[in-house]
Design a protein. Structure first.
Length: 381
């Protein structure tokens, strides 16, 4: 992984870049864009960050196109209208969540870019196609009716139907989900219960597998929406290309405490492997919170757990392309930023405020890694 860092000459934006490249193969970029002037109103911050995004794409990586972006907002109810107006004709999947950037700005942006793919037009998904694979993104799925359990049931039912339109299934093709839960201390139990029931209905059980996922605090602009779903599915894989990561010395199965997701998933192509690490906290192999009340020690254990998952896929922290760090308490930001700048100095990362699904966890992180991994049995990325 090659890391670079730049501050735009035209915009007040700092960008951290991870580039993965193999000769004569598609190149991938993960970029975290963050505003450097905190005193600007939202409209100016949004204009600056989108300007830097366009500048980066057109002048620094003109051969690549965006596949997926996520906007982290500080006050989605007051910011969504302007953001959505600015997104007309955006040629990629767009995720939106209220998780305030902890550097004191109003918006941050995560972008994923690739070379050598074709966009397939679809009214219900963004589909990036290359070399026989279809990468299917569904974002900002939400419902405003009923409890968190009822909303989760509708979101997953609708998502299953969306996948069927593309001749894929939740069990065979969904690689990654994000559940953003408003008032997570109250509403997460409903999400967990319904997800477990819906997964079982679709053939996802303790004897098969689940899906890499993050379930975290986050809000939609509509206060009636308790849950927002983002999801990524992949068409064209053989079952042998999917490896579910367990790191048993560090973790127990999530199903041991009633939750149904995979700790991580490795996707093996003919030329590389993508490693998806789910939202990971300071947990041990009994499902217990490690180092309660101490965010610094929790951060160390969290990274130890992440590293164990990466190692199981033959990757390491030096292969990570992007990191999201979630903090329950904004008062921990300065401490954890210093920790992350030391432990993950070059990796594109963003720090956002979001309550973790268990109150005792003060910090959580997720990441994605890419490694060169030739395998003649599989088709190249």
């Amino acid at each position: 992984m090659k890391y670079t860092h730049f501050i735009s000459d035209l915009y007040n934006v700092d960008a951290q870049v991870a580039r993965f490249a193999i000769a004569d193969k598609p190149t991938e970029y993960h970029v975290m864009f963050q505003v450097t002037r905190r005193n600007m109103p939202f409209a100016e911050q949004l204009s600056q960050i989108q300007g830097a995004f366009r500048e980066f794409n057109t002048t620094r990586i003109s051969s690549a196109k965006p596949v997926f972006v996520r906007y982290f907002l500080s006050d989605v109810a007051n910011q969504i209208e302007l953001l959505q107006k600015s997104l007309n004709n955006t040629p990629c999947a767009v995720s939106i969540v209220e998780q305030a950037p902890l550097n004191g700005t109003k918006v941050a942006l995560w972008g994923v870019f690739q070379t050598d793919f074709e966009l397939e037009s679809s009214p219900d998904a963004f589909i990036a196609k290359h070399n026989g694979y279809s990468h299917i993104w569904n974002t900002y799925l939400h419902s405003s009716q009923g409890s968190s359990a009822e909303q989760t049931q509708k979101l997953l039912s609708d998502y299953v139907e969306l996948l069927r339109k593309h001749n894929v299934t939740l069990a065979d093709n969904c690689m990654r989900t994000w559940f953003y839960v408003r008032d997570i201390d109250i509403n997460y139990a409903g999400v967990v219960k319904t997800r477990r029931e819906m997964f079982e209905k679709e053939g996802l059980t303790t004897s098969t597998h689940f899906v890499a996922s993050t379930g975290i605090g986050g809000s939609h602009a509509d206060a009636k929406c308790s849950v927002v779903l983002d999801a990524y599915a992949l068409k064209g894989l053989k079952p042998a290309q999917i490896q579910y990561l367990q790191a048993k010395d560090n973790f127990n199965r999530t199903s041991d405490y009633g939750v149904t997701f995979e700790r991580g998933t490795a996707i093996h192509y003919g030329d590389r492997t993508h490693v998806i690490v789910s939202g990971t906290a300071s947990i041990n192999n009994k499902g217990e919170v490690v180092c309660p009340g101490d965010v610094s020690r929790q951060a160390d254990r969290m990274l130890e757990n992440v590293d164990a998952l990466l190692n199981e896929a033959k990757a390491s922290v030096s292969d990570v392309a992007s990191v999201i760090i979630y903090l329950r308490d904004i008062a921990d930001y300065a401490n954890i930023k210093a920790w992350a700048d030391y432990r993950l100095p070059d990796v594109p990362k963003v720090f956002v405020q979001a309550k973790v699904c268990r109150p005792g966890w003060l910090i959580e992180m997720e990441c994605e890694a890419i490694i060169e991994d030739p395998n003649p049995e599989f088709v190249d990325f």
